[in-house]
Design a binder for this molecule. Sequence first.
Ligand code: AMP
Length: 305
Amino acid sequence: MTVLCVGSVALDSVETPFGKADDVLGGSGTFFSASASHLSPVQLVGVVGSDYPVEKLERLRARGVDLSGIEQADGRSFRWRGRYRHDLNAAETLETHLGVFSDFRPKIPEQFRRAPFVFLANIDPRLQLGVLEQVEKPALVACDTMNFWIESRRPDLIALLGKVDLITLNDGEARQLTEKFNLVHAARWIMDHGPRFVIIKKGEHGAFLFTRTSIFFAPAYPLEQIFDPTGAGDSFAGGFIGFLARTGDLSEANMRRAVVYGSAMGSFAVERFSIERLMEITRDDIHTRVNEFRRLVAFDVEMPA
Ligand code: AMP
């Protein structure tokens, strides 16, 4: 089944302790599509400026991402500049230039409006709400967000919560949004505002899936070398939603499998800058890593008398 994703298509400049990249392909929509397209067809909606190297997006098209919803507008592309110091879990935003993003009003092409899975990647919650007015009864609507929008668009974000089935956010964002330090309390607060499922990501410490009646946890893959954490969250979401769309099964057991696929795809994203690693992996690489996850958490116990 198809996934419709609306998100940022950016040029990122990133500094990590291991190197630096300037004006490389980035954005929440870009990472999500690069990841999800390994599992299901993706329709991407976004905007780029007249300075965007659109030919570089061809690699996504070759992976089965439908780019007919990408608008090229007059003006500068969305740019994000970030830095990671030794705590690779915490991105420090140095600059955000919205550029053509400030006047962007997503127009969902007619042929995208019936997508069964919708992912509202990290963009202005007002735009995320605008997308929901244009789609027809998806089986699952999920969204992501970040501190930038929690600070500047809180009422819109709360309104959005009432209209989505699932939200993914990291632990810092969950605490900031809910003003609750305890993550179980934070997840409950979010579910009380709408979503049936909440995924709280904790970077290299794994991810929780909360439902009203259960909690599931998957570790992050213990990589020996993390090169650039940018896009891990969006790639997680791509693996998660891509797996659900591929299997078409929204049972809780399958959601748990999807969390592991999300963790696997997030772990690939951080192995190189930009979407580079996501572009080179194969179905076999993904299967191998998912199996490694299985071994990572498998254990037997006989309760001592
Ligand atoms: P993450 O998966 O959380 O590491 O997301 C990283 C991506 O988010 C980068 O490629 C940025 O271009 C993008 N990004 C950063 N700030 C924003 C923002 N305010 N709105 C939308 N996308 C953003």
